[in-house]
Design a protein around this ligand. Structure first.
Ligand SMILES: Nc1ccn([C@@H]2O[C@H](COP(=O)(O)OP(=O)(O)OP(=O)(O)O)[C@@H](O)[C@H]2O)c(=O)n1
Ligand SMILES: [Mg+2]
Length: 477
């Protein structure tokens, strides 16, 4: 067993370790890029430092990856407006064909000698607890790891990254909600290698807390109190994994990680330990479903899928996905509240965006039961009775339309009143959809226009979302 494990890991290690030629090329390219950036920054009226960060600075990138993260540190007392303006000015000069992206503040993404470069302005602060912007921590992370990663650990970090990629949980972006490069490096470092990391993860009982620099004591005596803007106060102890940032005691490095992705890691760690195989390192790309296959899947399940489709708001993924998640959850909760049983749901996005909800119950009767207070709660019960008695089945009622009652069932008043929506489609096509707490940009996209697909009609989504539908209808852990 251990032999098999070692053989698979050795093969993966060979595949993901950059060879000398790749290392040398990267070294030469980052050197030229750094010089060019320093030259561009020299024209500014402020002092700057240019630092290479991320996996290319620590030799933990996966062979063939061509991402370089370069940061320009500006004086901490520079106002944000100038930081942004200077940062973009340097970006335009170094990466003339690049484009501007927005995270907490704008940065530049572009090509340099065949590498994809993120050129990010940040503040040069005294230490990571004094950050003014979330990216200000990054150079401290790099310095911390550079001092601790030797070649063996770096090799194991690459294997761990390849594993996390293979099982679909790598990346701290808000769509994936997985493991960041930095988090992976800390975990491998803490546990002392890929194998001990897997062994530990297989046995985790969340919440799991790791505190590489023993900040615990410090935290208890001096709780972190910094501005919420930069997201520092994120030590929510219901996170399944808490890894105290060695450079900033107030910060959980694993804050973006979802409970599902922790569970996934645990599942696949056990799988791999029980039966080591290379395929777990290969991201799974299912064959897209065509429209017929979607119809077959729907028929086989006997459920009623409904889909709300609209033009995807023009946002970066890190802004779009939290809004899609919030909207999907909101619509699912509201459908549930209105008596439609949501079996499972998902969101898809490309040019169009989709809130996809699979319903076990999509139609409900004209009446719904509404329980009032127990009769013995005199005042309250009388209020309920009088309210509904006025609207209810009086002597002149035909008995052909709700409401029915109030009547007494067990010890309570009950009324059977008209249901506002008897089909999920009617609800989704109504103004009531907008009472759901949707993401702001999703709400305005829906206000512009949206379509509702019900049952078989969701097969029309196959043209754009065949792969996502394949994942939906053949779920993997
Ligand atoms: N636009 C960017 C790009 C990177 N970073 C920071 O720069 C570091 C490197 O980011 P990333 O490339 O995502 O991770 P790596 O550690 O380099 O891992 P890899 O590229 O191998 O996935 C991280 O601390 C990240 O927070 C950032 O703040 N803003
Ligand atoms: Mg990187």
């Amino acid at each position: 067993m251990t032999e098999e494990f070692d053989a698979v890991v050795a093969a993966v290690r060979d595949r993901v370790t950059p060879d000398d030629e790749e290392r040398e090329r990267l070294r030469a390219v980052t050197e030229r890029l750094t010089e060019r950036t320093e030259a561009a920054a020299a024209d500014l009226p402020v002092e700057t430092d240019v630092v290479l960060v991320g996996s290319t600075a620590r030799s933990t990138w996966l062979a063939g990856d061509r991402d370089v993260d370069l940061f320009v540190q500006f004086p901490a007392d520079l106002d944000r407006e100038n930081l942004e303006a200077y940062g973009l000015q340097v970006g335009r000069e170094v990466l003339p064909d690049g484009r501007e992206e927005y995270a907490e503040h704008p940065y530049t993404v572009g090509e340099f000698e065949g590498f994809s470069v993120d050129l990010v302005p940040c503040y040069d602060v005294a230490d990571a607890t004094a950050i003014q912007s979330a990216v200000d921590r990054t150079p401290f992370h790099t310095a911390y790891l550079e001092a601790r990663l030797d070649d063996d650990v770096a090799a194991d970090v690459r294997v761990a990254k390849a594993f996390l990629k293979g099982i679909g949980v790598y990346g701290a972006d808000l769509k994936t909600r997985g493991f960041s490069g930095f988090l992976t490096e800390l975990l491998v470092l803490e546990y002392g290698g890929f194998r001990p990391f897997l062994d530990a993860a297989a046995d985790w009982h969340p919440p799991v807390e790791l505190d590489p620099e023993d900040h615990g004591a410090e935290r208890e005596t001096a709780p972190p109190s910094r501005n919420d803007e930069v997201g520092s106060a994120d030590l929510a102890f219901d996170d399944p994994l808490v890894v105290i940032d060695p450079t900033d005691p107030g910060r959980n490095v694993a804050a973006a990680l979802s409970p599902a992705n922790v569970a996934r890691l645990q599942h696949y760690a056990r799988e791999f330990l029980a039966d080591p195989r290379a395929e777990l390192f290969e991201p799974d790309e299912p064959e897209p479903l065509d429209a017929d296959a979607v119809r077959d899947a729907v028929a086989a399940r006997g459920t009623t899928p409904v889909a709300v489709t609209f033009d995807a708001p023009d946002l970066v993924d890190d802004q779009l996905w939290p809004q899609l998640r919030k909207s999907r959850r909101g619509v699912a909760a509201e459908l549930d509240r209105r008596g439609f049983d949501v079996f499972r749901s998902a969101a898809f996005a490309d040019d169009r965006a989709v809130l996809f909800l699979e319903l076990a119950v999509a139609d409900r009767p004209a009446v719904e039961r509404h329980d009032g207070p127990p009769v013995h709660v005199r005042e309250h019960a009388r209020g309920f009775y009088e309210k509904y008695a006025a609207a209810g089945t009086g002597a002149d009622s035909s008995h052909r339309e709700p409401p029915y009652g109030p009547f007494v069932a067990d010890d309570r008043y009950v009324v059977e009143r008209a249901r506002e929506f008897t089909s999920a489609r009617d609800f989704l096509e109504s103004e009531a959809l907008f009472e759901v707490a949707l993401g702001a940009h999703v709400e305005s996209a829906l206000e512009d226009d949206y379509d509702v697909l019900v049952g078989d009609d969701v097969a029309r989504l196959a043209a754009e979302f065949g792969t996502a539908l394949a994942r939906y209808f053949s779920p993997k852990p």
